[in-house]
Each structure stands twice: as C-alpha cells, then as structure tokens.
Design a protein around this ligand. Structure first.
Ligand SMILES: Cc1cc2nc3c(=O)[nH]c(=O)nc-3n(C[C@H](O)[C@H](O)[C@H](O)COP(=O)(O)OP(=O)(O)OC[C@H]3O[C@@H](n4cnc5c(N)ncnc54)[C@H](O)[C@@H]3O)c2cc1C
Length: 386
C-alpha cells in the first residue's frame, strides 16, 4: 500500500547555501518546510570558499548576526597577477573572508534546522514529481508541498525534471581545485587573470590549507588540467594532491527560473557571476528570494503566483548578470585581455571597482558606466605604450 504523504508548505531539494537560505526564510515566514539533501552534513563541496562583503550582507539579512571568525577568517589584502607579473597588490581592501565549505554549509544548515525546518538530509531521492509537486525518497517516504524549490546545484535534478537538462554544455564553466598544505602567513589572496582562458586562477590561503584552482568557460579550456599544473608550478606548489573538478554556471543563468509551482535557486538557476566566479552571495540571495516568494504566494492563497513573484525579485540580479556577460569579453577575450591587464595594473580606480563589486558596494550598471567612460583613454594609452 502506498504510504500517505507527509505534507509541507515548501519542499526544498539541496541544503547548500541557496537551500539553507530558502529554508530559513520560508520557516521564519511561518511555513512548514522540509529540507532534503542526498548528503549527510558536514559534506565536501568543491569551492574556493571566498566569502565576499556581498555574501556577508546576505548572511546577516537572512540568518542574522555576524560571521563567526572561527569559520570565516577575515583577509584585507589581495594581489592580482597576469603572465606571472604582479598587476598590483591592494592592502586594506573591504574585508574578504575565507572558509571551508565543509564547515560553512553545516553551519547554515544548523541555523535553518534550529528554526524548525524538517531535516531530510542524508536521504537519497528516488523520484521528483514537479507537477504535484512531491518527492519520493529511496526508503519510500513520500513528501508533498505546495511549492518545490530546487536548490540542488549546477547539475540540478529538479532543473533536469523541468527542462530536460540542468545546463547548456556549450556555455557552462568548469573549474579544477586542489587543497594544498598551508603556506607562509605572508601569503595573500591571489588572483591570476590569465591562468585559464575566459576565467582565472586563484590561491586562497586558509588556516589549515591553501586552496588553489583554475576555472573558466569549459569550451575554450580543453587543457584545463595542464593549466592547473602550470599554475601550480608558477606558485611553486608541486606536492602530490588529489585534483577535483566541478561545473560552474558561469554566466548562463535561467531567464525563467522555474515552472508552475517549482522555483530554482542558486547554481540550479545558473546564478554564478560570469566575471568574478562568485556564487555564494547569489545562492544566498536567490534562495532567500525563493523562500519569500513562496511565503507571499501561499499567504495570498495562490501558490502558483510564487514564480512570477520570484522572477520579479530576481530582476536586478538578472540585469547585473546580463551586463556582466556583455562586459566579460573586455576582460577575458584573448585579444582584449592584454589591454585589460595593462589598464588594471595602472588604475587604482579599476582595482577599487573590482573590490567594491565583491564587497557589494557597486553593481554592474555602475561598473559598466565606469568602464565605458575610461575605455577610449585606456585604449589610446595602451596603443601608445605598445
Ligand atoms: C571550484 C569552484 C570554486 C568556487 N569558488 C567560489 C568562491 O570562492 N566563492 C564563491 O562565492 N563561489 C565559488 N564557487 C561557486 C559556489 O561554490 C556555488 O555558486 C555555490 O555553492 C552554489 O550554492 P547552491 O546552494 O546553489 O549549490 P550547492 O552548494 O552546489 O549545493 C547543492 C546541494 O544540493 C545537493 N544535491 C544535489 N543533487 C541532489 C539530489 N539529486 N538530491 C538531493 N540533494 C542533491 C548537494 O548534495 C548539495 O548539498 C565555486 C565553484 C567551484 C566549482
């Protein structure tokens, strides 16, 4: 005999940052909320673990309180490189934080569970029905909801159930990372703009390890393993380390983030910044927006209005990502990248703008205006210099 379903207002698949933010927001709005993840937490998630000022603002708004310095180590220095040459080091940046996702995601989940979210982590899913919507777990447990939020990452099973595939393989990004032994205390956060095509490399010095990675659009980087090896050699890192890879929805967001009573959030909705590669802040923001849209729709007695409400809430984020996609060739296209690096090395305004973008103090419309204003002069100076 089929089991009777356990009914909730909202079902959320995926307990990463977007799922935890959705769960916290929905629960705080008074909804009965189930959070499902195939992994038991803490669990590994490949990620640089750079938490920006933008992400910190989201964290404060959604979860309340400040970032715990035991989990999020503050840094205020960053160095930018291209072709092995330093383009500049900035001290006293707006604070950046480094974390391990193993710790951060378990922390966010704990906060959501403490709010009364029903815990279905460590439980594998057998079937997702996006029509009803409902979820059958592998042990036969049936969960039903008025609204389903797919927060299940770049390879989202919910997106596949809705649209046939989770992402467009021609437009997806890919990144490789290693966790190397911790380096000297003097190591700064380091970004190398040419470590990958249409992407970059990073070295993030943490308390117990150093995360080193390269990532960018997948198609122009068929040699990404060789890129990582070259980058490690340039950093003087050659010890044996397992190399891990993961897709990154790097500028290919879903214009329609769901269907009917199903919403997609975070990487499942493709919300990674196409220039900085930042995904945590947008995962938190979109997860919270999905939770809030679900709450408002259910309160109005019209759960099917959750998607248009959610889409409206995402408009500024979508507009910024569209602009970032337009701006991206100026930074990453092989012909223009030397011009960008030349300008970046000489301009404290550009470096400041990049950091203010990470801090959430400036958005892409403002950044585009700044770049357009400076472009003619920069191009002239570059041509004279060659
Ligand atoms: C190499 C790399 C480095 C990165 N570095 C940074 C960085 O430094 N800073 C930054 O801001 N962003 C970074 N990002 C991006 C960032 O990791 C993502 O944008 C962010 O994790 C998205 O959060 P999410 O909650 O949407 O998805 P995820 O964090 O991927 O969480 C999805 C959850 O869904 C669960 N799940 C998946 N499928 C199923 C299923 N079928 N059933 C049940 N559960 C399921 C998973 O177990 C997981 O817990 C990086 C990404 C990569 C690949």
């Amino acid at each position: 005999m089929p089991r009777a379903p356990q009914s909730f207002d909202v079902l959320i698949i995926g307990a990463g940052p977007s799922g935890a933010a959705a769960a916290m927001t929905a629960r705080r709005a008074g909804l009965s909320t189930a959070l499902i993840d195939k992994a038991a937490f803490p669990r590994a998630k490949l990620c640089g673990g750079l938490v920006t000022g933008r992400a910190r603002t989201q964290y404060r708004e959604i979860f309340g309180g400040e970032l715990d310095p035991d989990l999020f180590q503050p840094h205020r220095e960053i160095a930018f490189y291209a072709d092995g040459t330093q383009l500049g080091a900035v001290e006293r940046t707006p604070t950046l934080y480094l974390t391990m996702r193993w710790d951060m995601d378990a922390h966010l989940l704990d906060l959501a569970l403490a709010e009364g979210v029903a815990d279905f982590t460590g439980r594998r899913i057998d079937q997702i029905d996006t029509e009803t919507p409902s979820v059958t777990l592998e042990d036969g447990t049936l969960l039903s909801g008025q609204i389903l939020i797919g927060a299940d990452g770049v390879n989202s099973a919910v997106a596949r159930a809705l649209f046939g595939r989770a992402f467009d393989p021609a437009r997806i990004g890919f990144a490789l990372e290693i966790e190397a032994p911790a380096g000297p205390a003097s190591d700064m956060i380091r970004i190398d703009f040419d470590a990958a095509s249409w992407g970059y490399g990073w070295r993030f010095p943490k308390t117990r390890s150093t995360t080193i990675g390269v990532g960018g659009l997948q198609t122009p980087n068929p040699d990404i393993k060789a890129r990582l090896s070259a980058y490690r050699a340039a950093l003087g890192n050659d010890g044996p380390c397992p190399v891990k890879g993961h897709f990154l929805p790097f500028g290919d967001f879903r214009r329609m983030p769901g269907r009917d009573r199903v919403l997609l959030a975070g990487d499942a909705a493709g919300l990674v910044d196409p220039i900085t590669g930042e995904g945590i802040a947008h995962a938190l923001q979109s997860g919270a927006a999905a939770g809030a849209a679900a709450a408002a729709a259910i309160a109005s007695g019209r759960p099917h209005t959750a998607l248009p409400r959610y889409r409206r809430a995402l408009r500024p984020l979508h507009r910024g990502l569209r602009m970032a996609v337009c701006l991206r060739p100026l930074i990453f296209a092989p012909r223009l990248n030397p011009l960008f690096c030349h300008a970046f090395a000489r301009s404290s305004v550009l470096k400041g703008a990049y950091l203010r973008l990470l801090a959430g103090e400036v958005e892409y419309p403002g950044l585009c205006l700044l770049v357009l204003r400076r472009l003619p002069g920069t191009a002239l100076r570059y041509l004279k210099h060659r």
